[in-house]
Design a protein around this ligand. Structure first.
Ligand SMILES: [Zn+2]
Length: 372
């Protein structure tokens, strides 16, 4: 049994919504056929010829990588250059490639959260908020006989989730009236006559991403041919998405404890440190990959230490001036933690859909740096 590539894409984007990606990025299905099918997916940080060979050997029909294989516009596909050779091999072997890049950086449970949790930090707050989910008030009018059924369906679809509470709603009763017209097939009442029914005005809150799901569930559970509902945009803020996280150690660590833990957790052969490390480390910011551009956000939020990768000379100087100790542990080293986590999340989602597909973590080491 295999699964459609399009189904896998939908599932990936449930975990890492594509709309979270930056405009400059190139995420999504980069190579392949959405209508194609596969029963094995290989997950890796990058796509290079070794990863493609691994996929061929495993008979995996799809590779999901964090870094996009195609990033800058391609002007040619020449078989004797690395990009051309990889594309040729992918197409010859009918292997699809999907990139979950900045959408996987910015989503919940993504790259930054993996790093944050690995370092044992708690009470996370986003360093640079990029978007806030819109919330809607959803109101539906339900005859008394179907209130419980509709309430349950909309709650199960994700409406009315507030903090640690689910299925929140409010109901007021009143009289609904309507006149079924020619061609209608009313649940109650007669064509051409005004009907009055005792109904409940059920109201709840729904995040934008769940609007369609909730609406479908309500329409399915509601007995009327035409369901009367209203949607109001709210000024309340929904979930935040953004780059980097900052958190605290409830039991602050000494300088040495922190460095030892950091090297062990990340299996980092070397750490580059700009600025001075405080004696007691309590508040730490993280950004997997290349986080040099948000050093200022870490400073504003009061980070004593900021752990990231790919920090430039001038960014390191900026950190020193801002009084933040920046630790550059390496781009891939601060990101690669996400690969098995993402693979496992994807596997769980696909299993929930009863999709018979195997998700495999790549064994290829893409780290280009050697430290001597
Ligand atoms: Zn990266």
């Amino acid at each position: 049994m295999s699964v459609k590539v399009a189904t896998i894409v939908q599932t990936i984007e449930k975990i890492a919504p594509k709309k979270l990606a930056y405009d400059w990025d190139n995420v999504g299905l980069l190579v392949g056929n959405p209508k194609g099918e596969t029963d094995k997916i290989l997950v890796s940080l990058d796509v290079n010829e070794q990863v493609v060979d691994e996929a061929i050997e495993l008979r995996a029909g799809m590779i999901i990588s964090h870094h996009p294989l195609i990033f800058k516009p391609i002007k040619n596909i020449l078989w004797d250059n690395p990009m051309g050779a990889v594309l040729k091999k992918l197409i010859q072997n009918e292997i699809s490639v999907y990139a979950a890049h900045t959408n996987l950086d910015l989503c919940r449970g993504g790259v930054n959260q993996a790093l944050f949790e690995k370092l044992g930090l708690g009470h996370g707050e986003i360093l640079k908020v990029e978007s806030i989910e819109k919330l809607f008030k959803f109101v539906v009018f339900v005859p008394m006989s179907h209130v419980e059924q509709v309430k349950l369906s909309m709650g199960n679809a994700g409406a009315g989730w507030i903090g640690n509470y689910s299925h929140c709603s409010f109901g007021t009763t009143g009289i609904g009236s309507f006149k079924p017209l020619e061609g209608s097939s009313p649940y109650v009442g007669r064509t051409g006559e005004i009907e009055e029914v005792e109904e409940m005005r059920l109201e709840t809150i729904v995040p934008e991403k769940l609007l369609n799901k909730v609406l479908k569930a309500v329409i399915k559970a509601h007995p009327y041919e035409e369901v009367a509902y209203d949607l109001y945009p709210l000024a309340n803020s929904g979930e935040e998405y953004g780059l980097g996280l900052i958190g605290i150690y409830t039991n602050p660590l000494s300088k040495n404890e922190f460095l030892k833990m950091l090297k062990e957790c990340l299996q980092a052969p070397v750490l580059k440190i700009a600025g001075s490390l405080p004696e007691k480390i309590e508040k730490v910011g993280v950004c997997g990959g290349s986080g040099g551009t948000i050093i200022n956000n870490a400073a504003i939020k009061g980070a004593q230490v900021f752990v990231t990768g790919d920090v430039s000379y001038h960014q390191a100087q900026e950190a020193e001036n801002l009084g933040v100790c920046v630790i550059d542990a390496g781009h891939g080293i601060t990101e690669r933690l996400i690969v098995p986590i993402f693979a496992s999340n994807l596997d769980n989602e696909l299993q929930n859909q009863k999709a018979n597909v195997e998700v495999i973590v790549s064994k290829v080491n893409n780290e280009p740096w050697t430290y001597i």
